[in-house]
Design a protein around this ligand. Structure first.
Ligand code: KIV
Ligand code: NA
Length: 278
């Protein structure tokens, strides 16, 4: 397959062919996205929770993010490579956002950045787009704001809230965003925004099946964990059970000395051994 471009993704939107986006945080997950037909690989700041053990995404630094973007970039050639801008790296000023986005592209190797926010980030989206850094917007539930929102809850479920999300989406497209993530909003609103946008394609996560594409967090998708599962998560595999089987089997085999077997050990010619023993 040829390198996935923004233009190809826009053609998929027009043709009604759903876009598959998936997160990756390291070289092997990037390779899996590369090998199995993912269109867009996202180094999401969900990295903070699922890989680094932080309670939320606000703790993640740009340097930590860059370390993982580089690993993903080394394993990624075909999918469009997008990376989240961590909390606080695009809020201080447009200049600061540009400086940080440039690092994500130049030092990290990402092709586009993703930014959470509505009208308040429109100017930043415009500036980044103007200097040639493609921006994917992210509206609806914005996990970097979970404290303000009093939890990770669905957004736009009343008329005023829905209007807020729609206004943000329209303004972000106008500002130049090439795509946007719609997170945890009513199905009907996800469909409506997707129809209203002229050019930007929508990637839903908990926004119904009519968005232009879907995204899931890698660890949710493969079932690395069996903890709290958001409504919009489907577990397509059960890695946790496989890991459990592997680790338990290994520890048990070590304890009972059934590992390693002789076929897993090195031999030595008898004569050499006798000479050694003398
Ligand atoms: O950080 C992330 O993984 C994300 C996706 C779930 C959209 O932002
Ligand atoms: Na994110």
């Amino acid at each position: 397959r040829k390198k996935v471009t923004i233009q190809e993704l826009q053609q998929m939107r027009v043709a009604g062919k759903p876009i598959a986006m998936l997160t990756a945080y390291d070289y092997p997950t990037a390779r899996a996205c590369e090998a199995h037909g993912v269109d867009i690989t996202l180094v999401g700041d969900s990295l903070a929770q699922v890989c680094l053990g932080y309670d939320d995404t606000t703790r993640l630094t740009l340097d930590e993010m860059l370390h993982h973007i580089r690993a993903v970039a080394r394993g990624s050639r075909t999918p469009l490579l997008v990376a989240d801008m961590p909390f606080g790296t695009y809020h201080v000023s447009a200049e600061d956002a540009i400086r940080n986005a440039v690092r994500i592209v130049r030092e990290g190797g990402a092709e586009a950045v993703k930014i959470e926010g509505g009208l308040e980030v429109v100017e930043t989206v415009k500036r980044l787009t103007q200097i040639g850094i493609p921006v994917m917007a992210h509206v609806g539930l914005m996990p970097q704001r979970h404290v303000m929102l009093s939890g990770f809850r669905a957004q736009g479920r009343d008329a005023a809230g829905a209007m807020d999300v729609l206004r943000s989406a329209l303004a972000l497209e106008e500002a130049g965003a090439f795509a946007m993530v719609l997170e945890a909003i009513p199905h009907a609103l996800g469909t409506y925004i997707t129809k209203r946008l002229q050019r930007a394609f929508t990637i839903g996560i908990g926004a119904g099946a009519e968005t232009d594409g879907q995204v899931l967090v890698w660890d949710d998708m493969v079932g690395t964990w069996h903890g709290h599962q958001a409504r919009f998560v489907r577990r397509f595999a059960d890695v946790k059970s496989e890991v459990e089987k592997g680790v338990r089997g290994y520890v048990e085999a070590v304890r009972e000395r059934s590992f390693p077997a002789s076929s897993e050990s090195y031999g030595m010619q008898k004569a050499e051994w006798e000479r050694f023993e003398q």
